[in-house]
Design a protein around this ligand. Structure first.
Ligand code: SAM
Ligand code: DTB
Ligand code: SF4
Length: 334
């Protein structure tokens, strides 16, 4: 087993030096590091499906699925396995290699819904897709059950800095998040963990989040960078649109700090032009969510992205292409 040899002891000063570089120099440095460590023409294409929508007990200020905000969202109980598998097949036919199932839960409970999720994971894995779930907090034994069913990745975002976290969410702590991430690691499932910009955080908060991510014992295999999608009815509905240059700066810094991680240009693409997205790819983004819906909000459709890939000379990354220096043992070999 190869060890992750990338630096994991950054200081905040070092991160600040990178983050605050003159923009074009920063992009140039990130692009060089991207080129040295990854196939820059390859972009991982993931499809999201909300398998349980809305009615969530948490108070995440950005989230349309929190029961306490009136966002007009239609609540939906856990989907049937056959419906989910039909969606996964469609995603595969459209060219996605990762299928990510999202559930609006605070945490996973050991009940019949969880048994059904295990069935879904097994089914999606058998389709030859990388299976990912994002369902809130997990215990070690739940993470192990998911791993045994064939789960490839678990998404659990830190969202922002530890300091700013309590301004955004009061119903759980930053340490709860870190504990779930450890449980995921222990089960041998790859880690997908990133955040959102545009929550009213400072540049310092953004750097602190990148500090936590890049100083983990092993870099997350994927780091989604979301731009806040302000949804009417949530406390952050009036936040202003994230500046493209902030997005580029964040992606470039993540790329430099975590050279072989998949840095995902996540929520917010629907509001971005192709030129703006091209800048993000140049700055080191090499993963996207595809399909016309994220979990509950709009995203560019498969056709629009096919055109963009054509124009920019990008191609979809094959499934199970592990980060170059983060090779682990998985229970399933393909
Ligand atoms: N309930 C689980 C949890 O909180 O971990 C999983 C689903 S939750 C919707 C997954 C992630 O979606 C959140 O951590 C957040 O980063 C992102 N997200 C939710 N609403 C968003 C929004 N309006 N704009 C951008 N990202 C958002
Ligand atoms: C992530 O970092 N972004 C995705 C996925 N992981 C689960 C979710 C974005 C959600 C955007 C708002 C919505 O569509 O509900
Ligand atoms: Fe619930 Fe997750 Fe939305 Fe928070 S982000 S309200 S935990 S679905």
């Amino acid at each position: 087993m190869q060890k992750n040899h990338f630096k994991k002891n950054y200081s905040l000063d070092e991160i600040s030096e990178i983050y605050n570089m003159p923009l074009l120099q920063l992009i140039f440095k990130a692009a060089s590091i991207h080129h040295e460590n990854n196939e820059t023409a390859e972009v991982q294409v993931c499809t999201l499906l909300s398998i349980k929508t809305g009615g969530c007990t948490e108070d995440c200020a950005y989230c349309p699925q929190a029961a306490r905000y009136n966002t007009g969202l239609e609540v939906h109980a856990l989907m049937r396995t056959d419906e989910v598998l039909a969606n996964a097949k469609k995603a595969k036919e459209a060219g996605s290699t990762r299928f990510c199932m999202g559930a609006a839960w605070r945490e996973v409970r050991d009940n019949r819904d969880f048994d059904r999720v295990l069935e879904m994971v097994k089914g999606v894995n058998e389709l030859g897709l990388e299976v990912c779930c994002t369902m809130g907090m997990l215990t070690e034994s739940q993470a192990q059950k998911l791993a045994d069913a064939g789960l490839y990745a678990y998404n659990h975002n830190l969202d922002t800095s530890k300091k700013h976290y309590s301004e955004i969410i009061s119903t759980r702590t930053y340490d709860d998040r870190l504990e779930t991430l450890e449980n995921v690691r222990k089960a041998g499932v790859t880690v997908c963990c990133g955040g959102i910009i545009g929550l009213g955080e400072t540049h310092r908060d953004r750097m602190e989040m990148l500090y936590t991510l890049s100083n983990m014992p092993q870099h997350p295999e994927s780091v989604p960078i979301n731009a806040l999608v302000p949804v009417a009815g949530t406390p952050l509905e009036n936040n202003s649109r994230v500046d493209i240059w902030d997005m580029v700066r964040m992606i470039a810094t993540a790329r430099i700090l975590m050279p072989a991680t998949k840095v995902r240009l996540s929520a917010g693409r629907n509001e971005m032009s192709i030129s703006e997205q091209a800048l993000c790819f140049l700055a080191g983004a090499n993963s996207i969510f595809a399909g016309d819906k994220l979990l509950t909000t709009a995203n560019p459709g498969y056709d629009a992205d096919a055109k963009m890939f054509d124009l920019l000379g990008l191609k979809a990354m094959e499934a199970f292409k592990e980060n170059r220096s983060d090779i682990h043992c998985h229970s399933h070999d393909f």
